[in-house]
Design a protein around this ligand. Structure first.
Ligand SMILES: [Zn+2]
Length: 314
Protein backbone atom coordinates (compact mmCIF):
# COMPACT_ATOMS: atom_id res chain seq x y z
CA UNK A 1 0.00 0.00 0.00
CA UNK A 2 1.42 3.41 -0.82
CA UNK A 3 2.39 5.98 1.77
CA UNK A 4 -0.50 8.29 1.05
CA UNK A 5 -3.07 5.54 1.66
CA UNK A 6 -1.29 4.47 4.87
CA UNK A 7 -1.39 8.07 6.11
CA UNK A 8 -5.08 8.27 5.32
CA UNK A 9 -5.66 4.99 7.14
CA UNK A 10 -3.84 6.35 10.16
CA UNK A 11 -6.07 9.40 10.14
CA UNK A 12 -9.13 7.16 9.91
CA UNK A 13 -7.83 5.10 12.83
CA UNK A 14 -7.44 8.27 14.89
CA UNK A 15 -10.84 9.54 13.89
CA UNK A 16 -12.59 6.32 14.88
CA UNK A 17 -10.46 5.23 17.83
CA UNK A 18 -9.44 2.06 16.02
CA UNK A 19 -5.87 0.88 15.44
CA UNK A 20 -4.11 0.17 12.18
CA UNK A 21 -2.55 -3.24 11.70
CA UNK A 22 0.48 -2.53 9.53
CA UNK A 23 0.75 -5.98 8.07
CA UNK A 24 -2.78 -6.43 6.77
CA UNK A 25 -3.73 -2.74 6.58
CA UNK A 26 -6.87 -3.49 8.54
CA UNK A 27 -8.32 -1.16 11.14
CA UNK A 28 -9.36 -2.97 14.26
CA UNK A 29 -10.54 -2.48 17.79
CA UNK A 30 -13.58 -2.70 20.03
CA UNK A 31 -16.57 -0.39 19.70
CA UNK A 32 -19.69 -0.57 21.83
CA UNK A 33 -18.69 -3.98 23.16
CA UNK A 34 -18.02 -5.54 19.75
CA UNK A 35 -14.69 -6.54 18.27
CA UNK A 36 -14.41 -5.04 14.81
CA UNK A 37 -12.19 -5.27 11.80
CA UNK A 38 -12.46 -2.74 8.97
CA UNK A 39 -10.68 -3.68 5.76
CA UNK A 40 -10.65 -3.13 2.03
CA UNK A 41 -11.43 -6.46 0.38
CA UNK A 42 -9.92 -5.25 -2.89
CA UNK A 43 -6.48 -3.68 -2.45
CA UNK A 44 -7.03 -1.74 -5.67
CA UNK A 45 -9.92 0.05 -4.00
CA UNK A 46 -8.46 0.93 -0.60
CA UNK A 47 -11.38 3.16 0.44
CA UNK A 48 -14.11 0.63 -0.19
CA UNK A 49 -14.48 -0.76 3.31
CA UNK A 50 -16.02 -3.87 4.76
CA UNK A 51 -16.77 -3.92 8.47
CA UNK A 52 -16.70 -7.35 10.09
CA UNK A 53 -17.94 -8.24 13.51
CA UNK A 54 -18.77 -11.55 15.05
CA UNK A 55 -21.95 -11.88 17.09
CA UNK A 56 -24.95 -14.07 17.72
CA UNK A 57 -28.42 -13.88 19.21
CA UNK A 58 -30.88 -16.51 20.37
CA UNK A 59 -33.49 -15.45 17.82
CA UNK A 60 -33.24 -16.21 14.10
CA UNK A 61 -30.55 -14.58 11.99
CA UNK A 62 -31.19 -11.10 10.61
CA UNK A 63 -34.12 -11.13 8.24
CA UNK A 64 -34.55 -9.19 5.01
CA UNK A 65 -36.78 -6.60 6.62
CA UNK A 66 -34.29 -5.81 9.40
CA UNK A 67 -31.46 -5.56 6.90
CA UNK A 68 -33.43 -3.38 4.51
CA UNK A 69 -34.40 -0.95 7.24
CA UNK A 70 -30.83 -0.69 8.50
CA UNK A 71 -29.37 -0.07 5.04
CA UNK A 72 -32.08 2.46 4.20
CA UNK A 73 -31.49 4.42 7.38
CA UNK A 74 -27.71 4.62 6.92
CA UNK A 75 -26.44 6.50 3.91
CA UNK A 76 -22.85 5.26 4.17
CA UNK A 77 -23.83 1.57 4.13
CA UNK A 78 -24.24 -0.25 0.86
CA UNK A 79 -25.26 -3.65 2.21
CA UNK A 80 -25.43 -5.77 5.32
CA UNK A 81 -25.30 -9.55 5.60
CA UNK A 82 -25.03 -12.27 8.20
CA UNK A 83 -23.37 -15.64 7.66
CA UNK A 84 -23.46 -17.70 10.80
CA UNK A 85 -21.81 -15.56 13.44
CA UNK A 86 -20.22 -13.20 10.89
CA UNK A 87 -21.94 -9.89 10.35
CA UNK A 88 -20.57 -7.97 7.39
CA UNK A 89 -21.40 -4.40 6.48
CA UNK A 90 -20.22 -3.17 3.11
CA UNK A 91 -19.70 0.58 2.96
CA UNK A 92 -20.16 2.78 -0.06
CA UNK A 93 -16.94 3.91 -1.74
CA UNK A 94 -15.97 7.42 -0.66
CA UNK A 95 -12.67 8.96 -1.71
CA UNK A 96 -13.02 12.35 -0.05
CA UNK A 97 -11.01 11.74 3.13
CA UNK A 98 -12.88 14.16 5.37
CA UNK A 99 -16.20 12.66 4.35
CA UNK A 100 -14.84 9.12 4.60
CA UNK A 101 -13.76 9.66 8.21
CA UNK A 102 -17.22 10.92 9.16
CA UNK A 103 -18.94 8.19 7.18
CA UNK A 104 -16.85 5.43 8.78
CA UNK A 105 -17.48 6.82 12.25
CA UNK A 106 -21.21 7.01 11.55
CA UNK A 107 -21.24 3.51 10.08
CA UNK A 108 -19.44 2.06 13.12
CA UNK A 109 -21.81 3.76 15.53
CA UNK A 110 -24.89 2.79 13.56
CA UNK A 111 -23.79 -0.82 13.10
CA UNK A 112 -22.87 -1.47 16.72
CA UNK A 113 -26.05 0.25 17.94
CA UNK A 114 -28.08 -1.80 15.47
CA UNK A 115 -26.67 -5.20 16.43
CA UNK A 116 -27.06 -4.33 20.10
CA UNK A 117 -30.68 -3.32 19.55
CA UNK A 118 -31.28 -6.57 17.67
CA UNK A 119 -29.98 -8.54 20.64
CA UNK A 120 -26.62 -9.67 19.31
CA UNK A 121 -23.73 -10.46 21.61
CA UNK A 122 -20.06 -10.37 20.68
CA UNK A 123 -18.85 -13.96 20.29
CA UNK A 124 -16.18 -16.21 18.83
CA UNK A 125 -16.74 -16.64 15.12
CA UNK A 126 -16.13 -20.39 15.22
CA UNK A 127 -17.56 -21.73 18.48
CA UNK A 128 -19.91 -18.85 19.34
CA UNK A 129 -18.67 -18.54 22.89
CA UNK A 130 -18.99 -15.09 24.46
CA UNK A 131 -15.49 -14.67 25.74
CA UNK A 132 -12.38 -12.62 25.12
CA UNK A 133 -11.53 -12.61 21.42
CA UNK A 134 -8.52 -11.91 19.28
CA UNK A 135 -8.64 -10.61 15.72
CA UNK A 136 -6.76 -12.59 13.13
CA UNK A 137 -6.05 -12.82 9.46
CA UNK A 138 -5.99 -16.55 9.03
CA UNK A 139 -6.44 -18.86 6.06
CA UNK A 140 -7.11 -15.90 3.77
CA UNK A 141 -9.85 -14.23 5.82
CA UNK A 142 -10.38 -12.01 8.82
CA UNK A 143 -11.75 -13.68 11.93
CA UNK A 144 -12.57 -12.95 15.54
CA UNK A 145 -11.70 -16.06 17.55
CA UNK A 146 -11.35 -17.24 21.12
CA UNK A 147 -7.96 -18.61 22.11
CA UNK A 148 -8.87 -22.27 21.77
CA UNK A 149 -10.48 -21.83 18.34
CA UNK A 150 -7.46 -19.85 17.21
CA UNK A 151 -5.15 -22.67 18.32
CA UNK A 152 -7.35 -25.17 16.53
CA UNK A 153 -7.48 -23.16 13.32
CA UNK A 154 -3.74 -22.52 13.46
CA UNK A 155 -3.15 -26.26 13.81
CA UNK A 156 -5.38 -27.03 10.83
CA UNK A 157 -3.65 -24.51 8.61
CA UNK A 158 -0.10 -25.51 9.46
CA UNK A 159 -1.07 -29.16 8.98
CA UNK A 160 -2.42 -28.33 5.53
CA UNK A 161 0.70 -26.32 4.70
CA UNK A 162 2.92 -29.19 5.84
CA UNK A 163 0.87 -31.60 3.74
CA UNK A 164 1.33 -29.41 0.70
CA UNK A 165 5.06 -29.05 1.28
CA UNK A 166 5.50 -32.80 1.80
CA UNK A 167 3.53 -33.71 -1.27
CA UNK A 168 5.99 -34.93 -3.86
CA UNK A 169 5.95 -33.17 -7.16
CA UNK A 170 5.57 -35.52 -10.10
CA UNK A 171 7.43 -33.77 -12.92
CA UNK A 172 6.29 -36.04 -15.77
CA UNK A 173 2.68 -35.87 -14.60
CA UNK A 174 3.00 -32.12 -14.25
CA UNK A 175 4.33 -31.65 -17.77
CA UNK A 176 1.57 -33.87 -19.15
CA UNK A 177 -1.00 -31.89 -17.16
CA UNK A 178 0.33 -28.54 -18.34
CA UNK A 179 0.37 -29.78 -21.96
CA UNK A 180 -3.18 -31.09 -21.78
CA UNK A 181 -4.35 -27.97 -19.96
CA UNK A 182 -2.71 -25.56 -22.39
CA UNK A 183 -4.00 -27.64 -25.33
CA UNK A 184 -7.51 -27.11 -23.99
CA UNK A 185 -6.62 -23.42 -23.74
CA UNK A 186 -5.45 -23.49 -27.38
CA UNK A 187 -8.73 -25.08 -28.49
CA UNK A 188 -10.57 -22.25 -26.77
CA UNK A 189 -8.33 -19.66 -28.46
CA UNK A 190 -9.04 -21.28 -31.85
CA UNK A 191 -12.78 -21.42 -31.22
CA UNK A 192 -12.89 -17.81 -30.08
CA UNK A 193 -10.59 -16.86 -32.99
CA UNK A 194 -12.97 -18.50 -35.46
CA UNK A 195 -15.69 -16.33 -34.03
CA UNK A 196 -13.43 -13.38 -34.73
CA UNK A 197 -12.87 -12.84 -31.06
CA UNK A 198 -9.44 -12.55 -29.44
CA UNK A 199 -9.35 -11.25 -25.91
CA UNK A 200 -7.41 -11.33 -22.70
CA UNK A 201 -9.94 -13.83 -21.41
CA UNK A 202 -8.45 -16.41 -23.83
CA UNK A 203 -5.08 -15.85 -22.18
CA UNK A 204 -6.55 -16.14 -18.71
CA UNK A 205 -8.32 -19.37 -19.64
CA UNK A 206 -5.10 -20.70 -21.17
CA UNK A 207 -3.16 -19.85 -18.00
CA UNK A 208 -5.71 -21.36 -15.64
CA UNK A 209 -5.95 -24.56 -17.74
CA UNK A 210 -2.17 -24.99 -17.95
CA UNK A 211 -1.50 -24.27 -14.27
CA UNK A 212 -4.42 -26.34 -12.99
CA UNK A 213 -3.36 -29.14 -15.36
CA UNK A 214 0.12 -29.07 -13.86
CA UNK A 215 -1.18 -29.02 -10.30
CA UNK A 216 -3.68 -31.81 -10.92
CA UNK A 217 -1.31 -34.31 -12.52
CA UNK A 218 1.91 -33.04 -10.96
CA UNK A 219 0.65 -33.13 -7.39
CA UNK A 220 1.48 -29.53 -6.57
CA UNK A 221 2.33 -26.29 -8.28
CA UNK A 222 5.91 -25.15 -7.64
CA UNK A 223 7.83 -22.30 -9.25
CA UNK A 224 9.31 -24.93 -11.59
CA UNK A 225 5.77 -25.99 -12.44
CA UNK A 226 4.84 -22.41 -13.27
CA UNK A 227 7.87 -22.08 -15.59
CA UNK A 228 6.98 -25.34 -17.35
CA UNK A 229 3.35 -24.24 -17.66
CA UNK A 230 4.44 -20.94 -19.20
CA UNK A 231 6.60 -22.77 -21.77
CA UNK A 232 3.59 -24.96 -22.64
CA UNK A 233 1.45 -21.84 -22.98
CA UNK A 234 3.97 -20.25 -25.39
CA UNK A 235 4.02 -23.41 -27.53
CA UNK A 236 0.26 -23.80 -27.50
CA UNK A 237 -0.37 -20.14 -28.35
CA UNK A 238 1.83 -20.61 -31.40
CA UNK A 239 0.05 -23.82 -32.30
CA UNK A 240 -3.36 -22.30 -31.69
CA UNK A 241 -2.61 -19.36 -33.98
CA UNK A 242 -1.29 -21.67 -36.69
CA UNK A 243 -4.36 -23.93 -36.46
CA UNK A 244 -6.59 -20.87 -36.63
CA UNK A 245 -4.84 -19.88 -39.90
CA UNK A 246 -4.84 -23.47 -41.20
CA UNK A 247 -8.64 -23.54 -40.92
CA UNK A 248 -8.78 -20.27 -42.80
CA UNK A 249 -6.39 -21.51 -45.54
CA UNK A 250 -8.25 -24.83 -45.88
CA UNK A 251 -11.50 -22.94 -46.42
CA UNK A 252 -10.07 -20.37 -48.84
CA UNK A 253 -8.03 -22.80 -51.00
CA UNK A 254 -10.47 -25.68 -50.65
CA UNK A 255 -7.80 -28.08 -49.35
CA UNK A 256 -7.73 -30.37 -46.34
CA UNK A 257 -6.93 -28.98 -42.90
CA UNK A 258 -3.60 -30.90 -42.83
CA UNK A 259 -2.61 -29.39 -46.19
CA UNK A 260 -3.69 -25.99 -44.99
CA UNK A 261 -1.48 -26.44 -41.93
CA UNK A 262 1.63 -27.53 -43.88
CA UNK A 263 1.11 -24.89 -46.57
CA UNK A 264 1.37 -21.99 -44.15
CA UNK A 265 5.20 -21.52 -44.26
CA UNK A 266 5.11 -21.63 -48.09
CA UNK A 267 2.22 -19.16 -48.23
CA UNK A 268 4.15 -16.89 -45.91
CA UNK A 269 7.32 -17.19 -48.07
CA UNK A 270 5.36 -16.41 -51.20
CA UNK A 271 3.71 -13.49 -49.43
CA UNK A 272 0.26 -14.95 -50.16
CA UNK A 273 -0.38 -14.66 -46.45
CA UNK A 274 1.02 -11.30 -45.39
CA UNK A 275 3.66 -11.88 -42.71
CA UNK A 276 2.41 -8.77 -40.98
CA UNK A 277 -1.06 -10.10 -40.42
CA UNK A 278 0.07 -13.65 -39.52
CA UNK A 279 2.69 -12.58 -37.00
CA UNK A 280 0.59 -9.60 -35.99
CA UNK A 281 -2.19 -11.97 -35.04
CA UNK A 282 0.27 -14.17 -33.16
CA UNK A 283 1.59 -11.13 -31.32
CA UNK A 284 -1.96 -10.22 -30.31
CA UNK A 285 -2.54 -13.77 -29.03
CA UNK A 286 0.69 -13.57 -27.01
CA UNK A 287 -0.17 -10.14 -25.71
CA UNK A 288 -3.59 -11.27 -24.53
CA UNK A 289 -2.04 -14.41 -23.10
CA UNK A 290 0.37 -12.28 -21.05
CA UNK A 291 -2.40 -9.92 -19.95
CA UNK A 292 -4.53 -12.88 -18.89
CA UNK A 293 -1.80 -15.11 -17.49
CA UNK A 294 0.24 -12.70 -15.36
CA UNK A 295 -2.56 -11.74 -12.97
CA UNK A 296 -3.70 -15.37 -12.90
CA UNK A 297 -0.23 -16.59 -11.89
CA UNK A 298 0.21 -13.80 -9.34
CA UNK A 299 -3.25 -14.57 -8.00
CA UNK A 300 -2.43 -18.26 -7.56
CA UNK A 301 0.88 -17.47 -5.83
CA UNK A 302 -0.57 -14.89 -3.46
CA UNK A 303 -3.61 -17.12 -2.88
CA UNK A 304 -1.30 -19.97 -1.83
CA UNK A 305 0.62 -17.66 0.46
CA UNK A 306 -2.55 -16.16 1.90
CA UNK A 307 -4.17 -19.51 2.53
CA UNK A 308 -1.22 -20.45 4.73
CA UNK A 309 -0.86 -17.13 6.48
CA UNK A 310 -1.55 -16.96 10.21
CA UNK A 311 -1.42 -13.42 11.50
CA UNK A 312 -2.56 -11.89 14.77
CA UNK A 313 -3.95 -8.42 14.19
CA UNK A 314 -2.34 -6.11 16.71
ZN1 LIG B 1 -14.10 -20.20 19.82
Amino acid sequence: MNKKVTENYERLAQRTGLKLDRETNALFGARGGYDLVVYAADSNRPYLFTILLSAKRDADPLDKQEIREFVKANGAILSLSQKGTSILAQMKGITDQARLGDALEEALQALTAFVQRQGFLNCCQMCGEETELGSYFIGGSYMHLCQSCFDKKKGEISLKAQGRARKKENLIGGIAGALIGSAIGAVIIVLLGQLGYVAWISGAVMAVCALKGYELLGGRLSVRGIVISVVCMILMCYLGNRIDWAIFVAKELDVSFADGYTLIPLLLDEDIIAGGSYYGNLAVVYLFCIIGAVPTILGILSGQKEAEKIHTIK
